[in-house]
Design a protein around this ligand. Structure first.
Ligand code: UDX
Length: 447
């Protein structure tokens, strides 16, 4: 099947590479000329495991092409995906400008009926608005054919985008009226494997499904972080509590790790957008508000531990920081807890030596010229001349650490861990003080 995809961000590019990999022929359109030039050479603009290999293989096989020509893109296929960004507006609503610009482009260049599939996370009602918008544009141009608009939200996670896209747990198809869904069966058949993954519903429910999924996941995280904060005060251990509640199959072990708060491009933005949508229909979503406020507070948690440990005096202190990205296996620092910590440490007069396996270029772009930041080439180098170590991302490579070296290099022999990657007793044996999340701190001597 020929497919056109507008937008070569995380969602569009991963979807394009995976659709090409299973045998479809995909044309990607983006207005960013540099990005398209880079992609034509098989270079991915984002770090995502497995993506570049798919790009190269399918470019070579001729199943994947890249263009800045919208006319070529629209002409190429009957099936057109919209996968452009929906960043937050000033008031937190999703800004649909790019989605509607693509719709206009499709209406301008279409010479036949198309199936327009919206993959961009968009507020409830967007598919119906897009349909009305396209109908009007086509009437104005004197076209007699019709467009079908479908909502097909994407659930991939950064860091495992290719894997999530190749093996989806469900494929949500939101169609209105009595529509033929055989096209979607054929499109997604290679991804269904041993059982049908398509869940068909109306477009408004499909759009809300995406926001509901992200809100539910973020709720789990804020819930466990709230329990972690309580556990600390009650002398309980959140890791034990996590195992205890996770064993109940209704709760499950996944996605209930306490930490320094959720970040990324989706949870904060989508929950805010859903709050706006709720306000528009006169509903006050108290739970969503609490989820966000617990998270905002949690992002300050590691700094609070540091501040308390040093009795509020951080001037002249240097902190080694392991982990800048909002989670492992990505170079993305959007809404990352590291940004809150860096800014708080600097404001308190401290310096930082930071290392991340993938996010160094992004950190350079964001803070490269900050006088109190040194971006270094390895986790060991970050420890040089540092007083304390802070861990904010649970990269695999941080989990095995040379505690002898950490002890030797750190002036104040103290580790602040925002992801609970070490066993407290182990660090205490090594003579290190250790502040985890939701577990008792160890090795602290009265200062
Ligand atoms: C999320 C959704 O998982 C995905 O389905 C949706 O399409 C987009 O948003 P992503 O933002 O890539 O994906 O990251 P995810 O792996 O969900 O993690 C989000 C944040 O939650 C990270 O900062 C992570 O560190 C944090 N997290 C996750 C926790 O603090 N504890 C956990 O147990 C799990």
């Amino acid at each position: 099947m020929n497919i056109t995809i507008f937008g070569t961000g995380y969602v569009g590019l991963t979807q394009a590479a995976c659709l090409a990999e299973v045998g479809h022929t995909v044309c990607c359109v983006d207005i960013d000329e540099r990005r398209i030039a880079q992609l034509r050479q098989g270079l991915s603009p984002i770090y995502e495991p497995g993506l570049e290999a798919l790009l190269r293989g399918n470019l070579a096989a001729g199943r994947l092409t890249f263009t800045t020509s919208a006319a070529d893109g629209v002409g190429f296929a009957k099936v057109i995906f919209i996968a452009v960004g929906t960043p937050p507006d000033e008031d937190g609503s999703a800004d649909l400008r790019h989605v509607f610009t693509v719709a206009d482009t499709i209406a301008t260049h279409a010479a036949e009926a198309k199936v327009v599939i919206n993959k961009s996370t968009s507020p409830v009602g967007t598919a119906q608005r897009l349909k009305a918008h396209l109908d009007e544009a086509l009437t104005q141009r004197g076209h007699a054919f019709d467009m079908q608009v479908v909502s097909n939200p994407e659930f991939l996670k950064e860091g495992s985008a290719v894997e999530d896209c190749m093996r989806p747990e469900r494929i949500i198809i939101g169609v209105d009226g009595a529509q033929d869904i055989d096209l979607f069966r054929e499109l997604y058949k290679p991804f269904s494997r041993n059982h049908e993954k398509l869940i068909v519903m109306d477009s408004r429910s499909a759009e809300l499904t995406k926001y509901a999924a992200n809100s539910m996941l973020a709720t789990k995280i804020s819930f466990i972080n709230e329990m972690a904060n309580l556990a600390e005060r009650l002398g309980a251990d959140i890791e034990m509590v996590r195992k205890g509640i996770g064993s109940d199959s209704r709760i499950g072990y996944d996605f209930i790790y306490a930490g320094c708060g959720y970040g990324g491009s989706c949870f904060p933005k989508d929950i805010q957008a859903l709050q706006r949508t709720a306000a528009e229909v006169g509903y006050h979503p108290q739970l969503l508000e609490a989820v966000q406020s617990v998270n905002r507070r949690q992002k300050h948690k590691v700094f609070e531990n540091i501040h308390r440990h040093y009795d509020g005096d951080l001037s002249g202190k240097t902190f080694a920081l392991w982990g800048l990205s909002f989670k492992p296996n990505t170079d993305d620092m959007r809404e990352a807890p590291s940004r809150v910590l860096l800014e708080a440490l600097w404001a308190a007069g401290a310096r930082v030596r930071a290392f991340d396996p993938e996010a160094m270029p992004e950190a350079r772009r964001l803070y490269g010229d900050h006088p109190d930041l040194r971006l270094v080439d390895s986790k060991e180098e970050a420890l040089d001349d540092a007083h304390a170590l802070v861990i904010l991302t649970e990269w695999l490579n941080f989990r095995v650490a040379d505690f002898g070296l950490i002890h030797q290099r750190l002036g104040d022999k103290v580790v602040f861990d925002g992801r609970n990657i070490f066993e407290p007793a182990h660090l205490a044996r090594e003579g290190l003080a250790y502040y985890p999340i939701g577990r008792a701190a160890v090795g602290i001597t009265q200062r």
